[in-house]
Design a protein around this ligand. Structure first.
Ligand code: ATP
Ligand code: MG
Length: 423
């Protein structure tokens, strides 16, 4: 084979694509109920957009960005995540002038030059949401509840919602000092990355995935012990609001996010079925980020769902659910012409219709019906043409219904069967 996808990239093919579409459709429906509107952003941005916001000592900026010079000599980067691009657009288009909360969602590919492994790709897709302009912790609980609803309606089960507060620029220095005091004499047992992080960004040590680092940091002081009065109050209200909305969650004071812009609320959704890459979604509050981009001080909170990590979790339950609403099986030349025409008519009724063209045996047409997962079949032979009537067989429950052999009647019969919703 001469050409292959690049390492860490993948083609998404049918039938798996139907799972992706199901996830996207469900998310859009739920976003709508909360007033989130779609925003489409370029995949390429000026490199500074990411360095400023995500932070120079983050994994993403240190080693994961696809950065290159364009033909004009500008440094550009394929977006590694959505929030930085979103905030750039939010400020560029003065979206802060709209009444708060301004709520947006996006879907699309992200790029990180990571070591490819199961559930970790170099191009991966995220579905993200951002709510702007509200400081009140009700919006934190609302967005986490929406995330739970999206993941639940997609069909995911057994997820763990972990929530914490990461403090703010007022209380983080005290936590940072306490953490450094705890780590100082154990530093030798951490990986070289963590040893470097000790001075640059010690909080990142709490996010390191190296097993030795995980065990060496056991017993580290919880960030929630160091919150200032404002952060503490915010965190208490968040917990209260989550309970009010019945969002099952656990408090994980050791949770930290790898991006620098998060303050106060941070959360992660994990699934034990995924092994070590178990985070399916994550997010948090980023109140200082809009100012960082030159906009007026504006609170914001958001999350991103990793599509590649949720697809495998629902794959089995969704197997073979996709297939044409109707397969028309003609016997003979005249029937073949009729099938050809009927298929076109039924497509005008917005049904997915396949018609066999070449005259093959009924047996092989039945085999095809099963292979392509047809929900109904109708066999047309000489007598059906003569009587203007045929039997529609429901392949899911086996029932048979007579129908006049014209587009409108057939469409009605198929919809009444209930597998395809009535228009
Ligand atoms: P991880 O700890 O797994 O590296 P992260 O903290 O880097 O995740 P975020 O930047 O918070 O991830 O992105 C949100 C979600 O996007 C993650 O929870 C995960 O589901 C997904 N994700 C991140 N990186 C990848 C990747 N390389 N391949 C597939 N999905 C990814
Ligand atoms: Mg990562």
């Amino acid at each position: 084979m001469k050409y292959k996808t690049l390492k860490g990239l993948q083609d998404i093919l049918p039938p798996e694509i139907s799972i992706w579409q199901h996830i996207e459709k469900t998310s859009r429906e739920i976003f709508c109920t909360y007033g989130y509107q779609e925003i489409r952003l370029p995949v390429l941005e000026s490199t500074d957009v990411f360095i400023r916001s995500i932070g120079e000592t983050s994994d993403i900026v240190e080693k994961e960005m696809y950065t290159f010079q364009d033909k004009g000599g500008r440094s550009v980067t394929l977006r590694p995540e959505g929030t930085a691009s979103f905030v750039r657009a939010y400020v560029e288009h003065h979206l802060y002038n709209e009444p708060a909360p301004q709520r947006f969602y996006y879907m699309g590919p992200m790029f990180r030059y990571e070591r490819p492994q199961a559930f970790r790709y170099r191009q991966f897709y995220q579905i993200g949401a951002e709510a702007m302009g509200i400081e009140e912790p009700k919006i934190d609980a609302e967005i986490i509840s929406m995330l739970a609803r999206i993941l639940g309606d997609i069909g995911l089960k057994g997820l763990n919602f972990e929530v914490t507060s990461m403090g703010c620029k007022n209380c983080r220095p005290a936590f940072r000092d306490a953490l450094k005091n705890f780590l100082r004499d154990k530093l030798g047992s951490f990986c070289s990355d963590c040893q470097r992080r000790f001075d640059l960004n010690p909080l990142r040590i709490l996010d390191c995935k190296v097993p030795d680092c995980i065990s060496s940091r056991q017993g580290s002081p919880p960030v929630t012990d160091y919150l200032c009065a404002d952060c503490k109050g915010h965190f208490e209200s968040l917990k209260h609001n989550l309970n009010m909305l019945n969002v099952p969650h656990t408090i994980n004071p050791n949770l930290v996010r790898g991006l620098d812009y998060y303050i106060k609320t941070a959360f992660e959704v994990t699934s034990e079925s995924l092994g070590s890459q178990k985070a399916v979604a994550a997010g948090g509050r980023y109140d200082g980020l809009v100012d960082e981009f030159g906009g007026p001080p504006t609170p914001g909170i958001g999350f991103a769902i990793g599509m590649e990590r949720i697809v495998p979790l629902i794959k089995d339950s969704m197997k073979n659910s996709d297939g044409p609403d109707l397969l028309i099986c003609p016997i003979g030349e005249e029937a073949s012409e009729k099938a050809f025409l009927l298929a076109e008519k039924l497509r005008m009724e917005r049904l997915w219709v396949e018609a066999n063209y070449v005259g093959s045996s009924l047996k092989s047409q039945m085999r095809k019906a099963n292979r392509i997962n047809a929900k109904h079949i109708v066999v047309i032979g000489d007598s059906e043409i003569k009587n203007g009537e045929a039997v529609v067989k429901n392949m899911v429950n086996g029932t048979e219904t007579k129908s006049a052999l014209n587009g409108e009647e057939l469409a009605k019969t198929i919809r009444i069967q209930g597998i395809i919703p009535l228009k």
